[in-house]
Design a binder for this molecule. Structure first.
Ligand code: BYC
Length: 479
């Protein structure tokens, strides 16, 4: 038996102390998790004091405690949003029935699959980002990376809690397997495509946290109204943390654009296509930023699954996974007689076709995601406008470079034109960063560890974390 007092170590509002079976399961899992963190989590910095926010409760005072922590000692908690008495299932064939507090037998496999897939993405992202601490553009950014990492760790805990508490032996096995798959591994990769891509540089990290964490937001939002109440309450609290991850991404890219604009202004570069002019001064040219948007956006669109999906129809019908902000949608929430416009390839062109709404649940979530991304583009373009630059960043066409769904069999340009495979391959450097572009970005990744200093390619943030001054030492490095 372990000597660690897990009930004290794991901040929780699930009365862990009185659930002996769950406590035992967590006691068995905890050391394996720490081993995973140390071997597949951030490389280096495990002994450094990092200025982190820890969630120790779900009220506004409890979940934002700031202080220096060594990452392996972070208090990964199990926190559920408060229970809503009398809540009923909001959608699907069980609409109006009381929400489930235990796993409904007929949906056990479907529910477990959703929880496992959600859980799998969390450690995957930590693995993808594990080397980035070594090339951080500032201590501020390094701290934000580690904050994102520990919170993804907590999100893994959240899913492991559900598996261990509600799924018995196979839940415990799934919890173990979540630590055994590895991002990018040839034999045991992570489940979803985007989580096996490398995150080799900080622009990729900021794009990932902008676009891929935003998929996290959309998926968690659709699980937050689940008829399985523990899942709904868990994901509702996870969403409060997801906001910070997207903030790190959006403002990170914004600061890269800001720096590029400043360099262009300072050196009289007026042609947005003047790649070499910008690179000469150690910043990232706008065309390369656009190409990184194209990559991360299209890879993330694949995470929504096929636009037309029986899986999605089944989990909606079962009341397990809703749509984005389900409760605010003005319809019957059962969709048996409704249609939804879905983009498909018809007669060699992308066309919108009315499709039974139940089978188009993924398409709709994806559309909501695209709207959200458009808002981000507006913010980024505002930086360009402030600098009077005649250039606008944009999202590529939904059919561009897709590996999943309606467009996975066609070759589509960034603007949405279907072309031959040969033409697409010949022209792909127009839309995606070339090896030379990626090498250039990598060449900029030199760590900057003096408090208050920033690498050449990124502007400082507008404000410090938790109101800290510009030269605050967010990470105390161990010599
Ligand atoms: N790669 O009917 P289909 C986050 C599989 S991100 C590989 O098309 P479905 C985070 C699919 O599993 C949010 N395989 O789609 C962000 C299925 O396989 P099986 C994560 C894929 O099932 C940043 C088959 O294809 N959470 O939190 O309706 C940092 C046919 O499936 C892919 C969730 O995704 C792919 N891209 O939808 C940290 C929520 N796409 O089962 C964290 C939970 C599909 O037939 N998951 N497949 O062998 C789900 O709701 C659904 O599983 C999906 C797929 C939306 C992912």
């Amino acid at each position: 038996m372990s000597e660690v007092d897990y009930t004290a170590l794991i901040p929780n509002n699930v009365d862990l102390a009185s659930d002996a079976r769950l406590k035992r399961a967590l006691e068995a899992w905890y050391p394996k998790y720490i081993e995973w963190w140390k071997t597949k989590g951030p490389v280096g910095f495990q002994d450094s004091d990092v200025y982190l926010r820890t969630a120790v409760g779900v009220d506004s005072e409890g979940w934002a405690k700031f202080g220096y922590v060594k990452m392996p000692e972070y208090r990964w908690g199990i926190l559920l949003a408060p229970k809503e008495e009398g809540r009923t299932i909001a959608f699907g064939q069980h609409k109006g029935e009381p929400v489930w507090q235990e796993v409904p037998g007929e949906y056990r496999a479907m529910l477990r699959r959703l929880i496992v897939i959600q859980g799998d993405t969390e450690p995957a992202s930590v693995e993808q980002q594990r080397f980035l601490g070594q090339t951080a553009p500032s201590l501020y950014d390094m701290r934000n990376l580690f904050q994102v990492n520990v919170e993804e760790g907590r999100h893994l805990w959240a899913m492991v809690y559900l598996l261990q508490k509600y799924f018995g032996r196979d839940g415990r096995e799934e919890a173990e397997d979540l630590l055994k798959r590895t991002s990018g591994d040839a034999d045991k990769p992570r489940i979803l495509g985007a989580f096996n891509e490398a995150t080799p540089d900080w622009l990729s990290f900021f794009m990932f946290t902008t676009f891929t964490d935003r998929d996290g937001k959309m998926q968690l939002e659709s699980l937050a109204t689940s008829g399985f109440d523990p899942l709904a309450r868990t994901t509702r609290f996870m969403l409060t943390e997801e906001g910070h991850h997207m903030f790190v991404g959006r403002t990170g890219v914004e600061r890269v654009i800001q720096k590029t604009c400043e360099v262009m202004k300072e050196h009289g570069i007026t042609d947005p296509a003047d790649k070499d002019g910008v690179r000469k001064h150690g910043a990232i040219d706008l065309a390369t930023i656009q190409k990184k948007i194209n990559f991360h956006y299209s890879v993330t669109l694949d995470l929504f699954g096929a636009e037309i999906s029986t899986n999605a129809a089944n989990s909606f019908n079962a009341g397990l996974k809703g749509r984005f902000r389900e409760l605010k949608i003005d319809d019957d929430h059962q969709l048996e007689n409704d249609t939804y416009p879905v983009s498909k390839v018809v007669d060699g062109k992308v066309q919108v076709v009315d499709t039974p709404a139940l089978s188009a649940i993924n398409a709709r979530l994806c559309d909501d995601y695209m709207d959200d991304c458009e808002k981000v583009m507006k913010r980024w373009n505002r930086v360009l406008q402030t600098h009077d630059l005649d250039y606008a960043l944009s999202l590529p066409h939904r059919a561009f470079s897709r590996a999943v769904g309606e467009f996975s069999d066609v070759y589509v340009t960034g603007a949405g034109e279907i072309v031959s495979e040969t033409e697409w391959n010949e022209r792909k450097d127009e839309w995606l960063a070339s090896d030379a572009d990626l090498e250039y970005i990598l060449s900029l990744m030199q760590s900057e560890t003096s408090p208050g200093k920033y690498a050449s390619w990124i502007a400082p943030p507008r404000a410090g974390i938790n109101g800290q001054a510009g030269d605050f030492e967010y990470v105390k490095l161990v010599a």
